[in-house]
Design a protein. Sequence first.
Length: 266
Amino acid sequence: MTKEKSSFLQPSIPRFDGHYDHWAMLMENFLRSKEYWGLIENEILVAAGGAELTEVQRNTITDLKLKDLKVKNYLFQAIDRTILETILNKETAKAIWDSMRQKYQGSTKVKRAQLQALRREFEILSMKESEKVNEYFARTLTIANKMKAHGERMEQSMIIEKILRSMTLKFNYVVCSIEESNDLSIMTIDELQSSLLVHEQRMQGLKEEEHALKITNSEHRVEGRERTSGSFRGRGRGRGRHSFNKALVECYKCHKLGHFQYECPS
């Protein structure tokens, strides 16, 4: 039982993942737990003329070299082969450590600055009025993935809450419904996207129905105006058909046909 417990508590060797500061902190703690950190702080120095050394000194140096080999072995396991191939001096553990610091500590500072810029971009992110749900999700997840690549810990719940509070006003109803009926801490991004897509499709269907109704009403109004105008023209033609024929008019003065009394030539 004791053996299993001690084996379980053995710390694992931290793998270098490109984020130097975090890796260096973990690796330093690991080496300190093994009581090997002194070999990183102070490189092994072997005095010239080994024959002049006492037996105690030779034993001490031999012991230090063995410990240094162990530290180098830990570093070899922590660092990928492609990176180790770029390190020319591998004689001591300190030489490898110093080379890693020179190569990657500067790039870590650059990544930290880039992460700050991505955080600001994520914070001010909001959905555009003409933007589709899929388009906004793609834009949000692109920034979130970049933040992850720069060492940010991005939980799904953080992304979900950001999306819900940055949707346009037309999604207010469905956002309130999702927040009230779901546990956002266990909800997935895919589930949220699916719910918003269904709502978007419904709104699009209602918009198309409304547009079709407007066209129908417009056609009915035009048809009504044409009928009204036609009836007026019909009544006008009716008055023409019922006008009198002057050739049948009899003059009351000369009793001839074709003119009125006031037009009589006699």
